[in-house]
Design a protein around this ligand. Structure first.
Ligand SMILES: Cc1cc2nc3c(=O)[nH]c(=O)nc-3n(C[C@H](O)[C@H](O)[C@H](O)COP(=O)(O)OP(=O)(O)OC[C@H]3O[C@@H](n4cnc5c(N)ncnc54)[C@H](O)[C@@H]3O)c2cc1C
Length: 224
C-alpha cells in the first residue's frame, strides 16, 4: 500500500478539507481497517455510482469481501473494476457552543483499489476462515464449515489496498474565542457500538453460550 511517513503519496488520497485531520501512516490505516465490521463499497456501473454496505475483513494488503455469486456488486468487481471502500468508526458527537463548529469525532479510512475473485476452493475456504476468525474469533472451529454447494455459491473478492488515507477527528469542540463566554453547554457525547446480552435461538437445544460469543462481546465492552 502506498501510504507512509505521514504524507499522502497520491493527490487522490490527500485530505484537502481539514488537512490536519489526514493521517497516512500504515499503522493508523490498518488499525482502523482491522476494527471494521462493515465497509461501504463504492463502484460505478455504466456511469452510475453505487454504494453498498457489507461485511469486511483485512488480510495483509488486501480487504476481503464475500457475497453471492449472483450479486451484481460481486460480479462487477470480479471483473477488475476500480473500487473505493470506506470504513468509519463513530467515536462521539461534538457539541460546540455554535452549531457551525459542532461536529463528530471519528476515525475513517478511504481505500482505492481493484478486486480479484478467488477461484480455487482452498483459497476461498482459507479466506472465509480468516474472514470468520477476524470478525467472530473462534467461530470457524465451532460452526459447520461451508459445503461444496455453499462454497460454489459464494464469491470471495480480495481488494488490493493500492492507496489509502485515514482521517481522524478527536477531542473537545473548537469554538470561536468570542463564543467561549456564552452560557451554552459544550462538550462531547462519546459513542460506541455495544454487543448486548446474546439471545439464544428459540429452537436452540440446551447449550451453553460458546467461546466465540464471549470473544465477540469482548470487542465491544464499554466502561460505563
Ligand atoms: C462520521 C463522519 C461524519 C462526517 N460528517 C460530515 C458532514 O456532515 N459534512 C461534511 O462536509 N463532512 C463530513 N465528514 C467529513 C467527510 O468524510 C469528508 O472528509 C469531507 O466532507 C470532505 O470531503 P471532500 O470530498 O471535500 O474531501 P477531500 O479532502 O477533497 O478528499 C480528498 C481525499 O481525501 C481522503 N478523504 C476525504 N475524507 C476522508 C475521510 N473521512 N476519511 C478518510 N479519507 C478521507 C480521500 O482519499 C479523498 O479522496 C464526516 C466524516 C465522518 C467520518
Amino acid at each position: 500500500m502506498s501510504v507512509s511517513s505521514g504524507k499522502a503519496s497520491n493527490p487522490k488520497t490527500r485530505v484537502r478539507r481539514q488537512p490536519a485531520l489526514g493521517v497516512y501512516d500504515r499503522d493508523t490505516v490498518y488499525q482502523i481497517l482491522d476494527e471494521a465490521l462493515i465497509a461501504h463499497v463504492a463502484f460505478a456501473v455504466d456511469g452510475s455510482p453505487f454504494v453498498i454496505p457489507m461485511l469486511v475483513a483485512c488480510r495483509d494488503d488486501e480487504l476481503l469481501l464475500h457475497g453471492s455469486t449472483a450479486s451484481r456488486l460481486m460480479r462487477h468487481l470480479a471483473g477488475g473494476a476500480d473500487v473505493c471502500v470506506g470504513v468509519t468508526h463513530l467515536d462521539g458527537v461534538v457539541l460546540a457552543r455554535s452549531l457551525f463548529n459542532s461536529s463528530m469525532n471519528y476515525r475513517s479510512v478511504v481505500v482505492f483499489g481493484r478486486a480479484r475473485a478467488m477461484t480455487r476452493s482452498e483459497d476461498k475456504l482459507e479466506a472465509l476462515r480468516v474472514f470468520t476468525d477476524q470478525q467472530f474469533p473462534k467461530r470457524w472451529d465451532e460452526a459447520r464449515k461451508p459445503n461444496d454447494k455453499e462454497l460454489r455459491a459464494t464469491m470471495i473478492l480480495a481488494v488490493t489496498i493500492d492507496e489509502a488515507s485515514a482521517k481522524v477527528s478527536a477531542g473537545p469542540p473548537q469554538d470561536e474565542e468570542a463564543d467561549l463566554e456564552l452560557d451554552i453547554w459544550a462538550g462531547e457525547i462519546p459513542l460506541r457500538l455495544e454487543a448486548r446480552a446474546p439471545v439464544p435461538d428459540p429452537l436452540l437445544k440446551d447449550l451453553p453460550v460458546p467461546e466465540s460469543v464471549h470473544a465477540f462481546r469482548k470487542r465491544f465492552e464499554t466502561d460505563v
